[in-house]
Design a protein around this ligand. Structure first.
Ligand code: NQM
Length: 350
């Protein structure tokens, strides 16, 4: 049925890479679509040798684009995490890194028209039902990927893709604090169960005997620590209204420690079984939001910035995110600058 291949844009979005498709080119039945995506990525296989996935959760991602079903958006974006070594495809989370490529991809595919030197794209994030605004550089009527913006975890400089979000609290959990508490204790560890764009469990690295400054590889090799964290995750899932999360990519498990690079707080984020090479966009926003909860593990370790610009330290540098805090202290909006790049436009075969 797909002998002639399937139109596919392979793009870097922020610190991730993924395959961007038009919904019309994929099966409409979710199970048939997921089976096809597993074949395209080469999953399940730790090396993804028979597919285009990069053998890492950060490079085994999919964006499905379609004309927007909503009047307040220009394009619909469904994010799908294709597991590397399990036959699973999950829509239980969004992805702020792959989101950075959505505006460019929507313009490349003719879903959104260029409106000048910069084109604003309103993106309906189907996973959460929320809206993001992306500003894409479009000089001369086409997307420009070149520019002077550097983001940690990506070599070189590229065109900035500023992203802004409103009302992302409770994106997948229904509310910012699904248990109603700033701190819950699971397996004797103090945790903040929180979702400001990404369901996260935030814990002190020190409570696992860690400095929180370990490298991705060091932490990934700590099987006992990871087993303890997974046990907490499986208990946190139902508490966060996520149900049984054994086969889900959420919640993300984020270890925090005091900053040592001039940032607000340091993170090591499990997504959820491998350690993130940097940190997710929505995960960083969620951590920053958690630092504002009195008595929480993150609050006690944070060097609060006066201007709402949080530099979230991670294994390969830091990610700056912006929180728009209302007078009553609630976080009403957030922002981040990413870059994206078109790597390949063609047809993928299964
Ligand atoms: O939190 C990886 C990534 C992500 C998610 C993951 C992300 C976000 O960096 O918004 O971007 O947490 O699985 O691509």
């Amino acid at each position: 049925m797909y002998e002639d291949g399937i139109a596919c844009l392979w793009m870097r979005g922020g610190t991730s890479k993924g395959a961007y498709f038009l919904a019309q080119d994929l099966p409409s039945d979710p199970q048939a679509r997921n089976d096809l995506l597993l074949k395209i990525m080469g999953s399940p296989d730790p090396r993804q040798i028979d597919g285009i996935g990069g053998a890492d959760p950060l490079t085994s991602k999919v964006a499905v684009l379609s004309p927007s079903s909503r009047t307040d958006a220009d394009v619909d974006y469904l994010f799908l995490q294709v597991f590397v070594d399990q036959p699973l495809v999950s829509d239980a989370q969004g992805c702020g890194n792959i989101l950075a490529g959505v505006g460019p991809a929507a313009i490349e595919r003719g879903l959104v028209a260029v409106t000048g030197g910069e084109t604003q794209v309103r993106i309906h994030m189907v996973n959460s039902g929320e809206i993001a605004l992306a500003r894409i550089q479009t000089p001369g009527g086409r997307v420009s990927y070149t520019g002077t913006t550097e983001i940690a975890g990506v070599p070189g400089t590229h065109a900035a893709v500023p992203l802004t979000f409103l009302n992302i609290a409770g994106s997948m959990c229904g509310s910012l604090l699904p248990t109603g508490n700033a701190v819950d204790v699971i397996d004797s560890v103090e945790c903040t169960l929180i979702d400001n764009g990404m369901p996260c469990v935030i814990m002190r690295a020190a409570d696992f005997g860690l400095s929180g400054k370990e490298s991705r590889e060091e932490l990934d090799a700590m099987t006992e620590v990871k087993a303890r964290i997974e046990a907490i995750r499986l208990k946190a899932g139902p508490m966060m209204n996520l149900g049984d999360v054994e086969k889900a990519s959420v919640p993300k498990m984020t270890l925090v420690s005091a900053p040592d690079q001039g940032g607000a707080i340091a993170t090591r984020s499990l997504i959820p079984h491998r350690v993130h090479a940097s940190v997710g966009v929505f995960a960083a926003i969620t951590v920053a939001t958690a630092t504002r909860l009195e008595g929480s593990p993150a609050a006690g370790l944070c060097d609060q910035p006066a201007d709402g610009r949080y530099r979230i330290e991670h294994p390969t540098g830091n990610m700056e995110i912006f929180l728009d805090v209302a007078e009553d202290g609630t976080v009403r909006g957030a922002g981040n600058v990413r870059t994206a790049r078109k790597l390949f436009d063609g047809k993928v075969f299964v």
